[in-house]
Ligand binder design. Structure first.
Ligand SMILES: Cc1cc2nc3c(=O)[nH]c(=O)nc-3n(C[C@H](O)[C@H](O)[C@H](O)COP(=O)(O)OP(=O)(O)OC[C@H]3O[C@@H](n4cnc5c(N)ncnc54)[C@H](O)[C@@H]3O)c2cc1C
Length: 368
């Protein structure tokens, strides 16, 4: 079989930021065999490998990536009995739930729409998120009070160390807020090939997030109405990709919401009080941990919606999104990132952690 290996491929078009240099080698793999072949090619030629999905959570360096970029383009959705077999064989099937397996290269938003068409609950709040299915377990994608970890039963992966295909259970993925083993302990080890979700036929939509509750104002929506509400709320914040929206060239939220202990939270409240702010918005994570919106910290540190810094800036609709407003370079984005992190650290002694993955950079601090 001959693998289509391309050379010197510009990567910007594969990302939602529309930024980044070239990949030395590039393969878009349409089958599991092609993935294994491409990994063999990289090993034989001692190339670093970067696994690419839909490119919506990435910032690629202006210098590009001096190795093999392997895009996972596997397509297909298995529904009901077909999807259930591996889970049943592994004792993972859950009662009263319908199992749906999507291959890693399926478009996430289209997959969510498909599930809602079939009247399956469990992913409705995750409507409008760009990227591929394979990216969703990596950072445990979440929005509006729902995370994929709530419905993922298992993740089919190619284990690059053991060189075999494995089916990881939900527990083995060690999901937490925007993390899993795929972006922490075992970063770069597993290639996600497909994901199985357990969804509830005719289930209730999850309406726990304040924005959604306000939208419905006490009315009980169905799944389709919930999906539309999420899409509307996201559009108002430029959080769905729309080529006519100048805020669209971004990687979504650029920073994670920091989680602090009670002692740190008390200090932040004192700092805020000294600045004349009456309240610090927060959500309790557990008895000792509090999550603070990064957007609030950024605004209180002197940044604002529409803040411009050359060709990059902050979205005019959402303080957490850094946007390429023209022909920004990756180094411009890093400069603004560093500037925001420094100010927030100075003001609140909180280190904001970026959400996107940085590819091909040698030194993130040097861009100042
Ligand atoms: C406008 C906008 C809104 C967004 N809103 C949200 C949101 O509400 N909630 C949220 O959680 N995220 C959000 N995101 C971020 C992003 O869409 C998600 O993280 C998405 O799941 C990333 O998937 P991807 O296929 O684009 O991954 P990529 O960006 O291609 O890759 C991201 C990381 O995942 C790894 N990866 C991707 N595919 C695989 C695979 N098959 N196997 C192994 N590793 C893989 C890559 O190596 C990389 O480390 C948003 C982004 C944008 C641009």
């Amino acid at each position: 079989m001959s693998l289509d290996i391309q050379e010197s491929v510009p990567l910007a078009e594969f990302t939602t930021f529309k930024i980044g240099g070239e990949a030395r080698f590039f393969v878009s793999a349409q089958s599991e065999i092609e993935i294994i072949e491409a990994l063999r090619f990289a090993e034989k030629n001692k190339l670093e490998v970067f696994i690419l999905g839909g490119g919506s959570n990435l910032l690629i360096a202006d210098e590009g990536f001096d190795g093999l970029v392997l895009q996972i383009s596997l397509k297909g959705i298995l529904f009901g009995a077909e999807a259930s077999l591996p889970a049943i064989n592994n004792g993972l099937a859950r009662k009263n739930e319908t199992l749906v397996t999507a291959r890693a290269g399926e478009n996430w938003e289209e997959f969510v729409a498909f599930c809602i068409e079939k009247n399956l609950a469990g992913l409705e709040c995750l409507s409008g998120i760009p990227g591929f299915v394979g990216g969703t377990p990596v950072q445990n994608v979440g929005a509006y009070g729902q995370e994929v970890s709530e419905t993922i039963v298992s993740v089919r992966c190619f284990d690059r160390n053991a060189k075999k295909i494995v089916e990881m259970t939900n527990a083995e993925c060690e999901f937490a807020y925007r993390t899993s083993i795929f972006n922490t302990t075992y970063i770069n080890r597993f290639v996600v090939l497909g994901v199985t979700y357990a969804l509830k036929y005719d289930g209730e939509p999850k309406i726990v997030y304040k924005d959604l509750q306000n939208y419905f104002n006490g009315k009980k929506p169905n799944l389709q109405e919930t999906r539309h509400a999420v899409l509307n709320i996201r559009s108002d914040k430029s959080m769905v990709i729309n080529k006519n929206d100048p805020n669209s060239n971004s990687a979504g939220s650029f920073f994670k919401n920091p989680i602090v202990d009670l002692k740190k939270f008390a200090k932040i409240k004192q700092t805020a009080k000294n600045m004349g702010a009456s309240e610090v918005p927060s959500y309790s994570v557990n008895t000792n941990k509090i999550k603070i919106p990064a957007a609030w910290l950024i605004e209180k540190s002197g940044f604002y919606k529409g803040f411009l810094f050359g060709e990059v800036g902050i979205s005019t609709k959402h303080t957490l999104a850094i946007v390429n407003f023209g022909n920004a370079k990756a180094s411009d984005v890093i400069c603004l990132k560093n500037k925001i992190q420094r100010k927030v650290k100075e003001k609140f002694d909180v280190t904001l952690k970026p959400e996107p993955v940085f590819i091909g950079f040698k030194d993130l601090q040097k861009h100042d």
